[in-house]
Design a protein around this ligand. Sequence first.
Ligand SMILES: Cc1ncc(COP(=O)(O)O)c(C=O)c1O
Length: 426
Amino acid sequence: MSINDRSEGAFNEEVKNVTTSRSKWHVPASIVSKRTINPIRETVHKMNAKPNPDKALISLALGDPTHFGNFKIHENCIDAVIKQLQSYKANGYPPAIGCEEARKAVAKKFSTEEAPLTSRDVVIGSGASDALNIAIGALCNEGQNILLPRPGFSLYQTISKSKGIEDRYYNLLPDRNWEIDLDQLVTLIDDKTVCIVINNPSNPCGSNFSRHHLELILQVCETYKLVIISDEIYEDMVFGSTKFYPIASLTKSVPILKISGLAKRYLVPGWRVGWILIYDQNGVLDEIRSALLSLSNLILGSNSLIQYSIPDILFNTPNEFYEDTINKLERNASISASILSKIRGLHVIVPQGAMYMMVGINIKEFKDIKDDLEFTEKLLEEESVMCLPGRCFHYPDYVRIVFTPPPEKLEEAYNRIREFCIRHHI
Ligand SMILES: Cc1ncc(COP(=O)(O)O)c(C=O)c1O
C-alpha cells in the first residue's frame, strides 16, 4: 500500500521501525555555512564594551556614506528610478547576467581606448559583493589558493573560506603608502595559486596606487600568469593631485576581472547593484565567461528596477555631483589627518582616496592598553566613539577610521580620542 493510502495510525506503526539515526530530529548547519565567517561581525560580537551613557555615540566604523545624511544622492538618480517605476517595464525578472540596457551602458561608460568593452564583457550582480562572490567562484576551486591584501577588506576572506579556497596574504607597506610588498608577494605563489585580489583605492587603507606601482604588479602577474580581480569600487574617489588608474588600462595581456558598482560613487549602497567587467584581449578567459554566466544564475539576476535605471544614472548625473562628493571627502580626510597626527601615541598614514584611513597605535606608549581590541573597547566605553580594530582587517595595532561623518561630528570624535589618549598615555 502506498503511504498516501495509509491511515495515520498505520503509518506511525511503521515509523517505529525506522533506523535510530532517523528517529530523532537532528538538523546540523551545513559545512559551508560554518566556514562562512565575517571577521568584522565576529570581532564586534566579542567586544566587551558598551558606549558611555553620558556621551552621544559617534560611529567611525560604518562604511556606509549615507549613514549621517550629509552625503546625499543626486536627484537625477531618484528621477531615473521613478521613470522606470512609472514605465511598468522594470518589474519582471531581468536576464541573470544583467539586462542588455544596463550592460551596454556600463560597457560604454568604462571603455577606454586601451581597454575597450562591449556589453558581452559585463556581468551585473547584486552589489560589488555579489560580483566578488561570482568572480572568485568562477575562477577558484576548493584546495586552490588566492592572494589577498593585508590589511584588506574582510569579505575577500569570507567568500574564499566559504568555498574552501586557501587565503594567502600579501603585505601592504604602511611606510610606502600601502604599496604591495612585491618581494613577499612572490613567495606566496605556487602551482595552486589562481588569482590575486587587489583593491584600489583601498578599504581600509584609503590608499591609491601610482601608475608605476600598478605596472610592477602587472609585471608580477604576467610572469606568474596570475589573473587579477581588481576591486575598484572606490574608483576615481581620490584626492588632490593623485590620479586614479584603472589597472586594466595599463595592460593588453594580463586578464582582469574588474569589480565595481553604484554603491559608493553614487552613494546608494542599499540599491544593491554592482558589476564585473571582463578585460581579456587575448581570449584567456573564454571558459571563465561561461562560468560567470552560470554563477549569475544562482540569484536569477539583481534588482531590475535599478538595472534599468543604470543608463540614466551613469550618463545623466552631472559631474559636479562627484566633484562635490570628492571635495567633501577630501576635506574630511584632511581634518582627520591634521587632528589625529598631533595626538601622542597615534601614527597617521594620510589617506589618498576612498573613505577610510588606518591609524597606528604605538601600543608601548600606553600604560594600560594591550592591543587594538582593548583600545577600541575602552574608547567606546569611555568616550562613546566606535572604530574598528585593525584585526578585522588582519592588521593588529591599528584602528580603521571611516571619515564620512559631518566635519563637526568628526572634530568632536577626534577631541574625545585626544582626551582618551592623554589619559592612557604613559
Ligand atoms: C572594498 C570593497 N569592495 C566591495 C564592497 C561591497 O560593495 P557593495 O555594497 O556594492 O556590495 C565594499 C563595501 O564596503 C568595499 O569596501
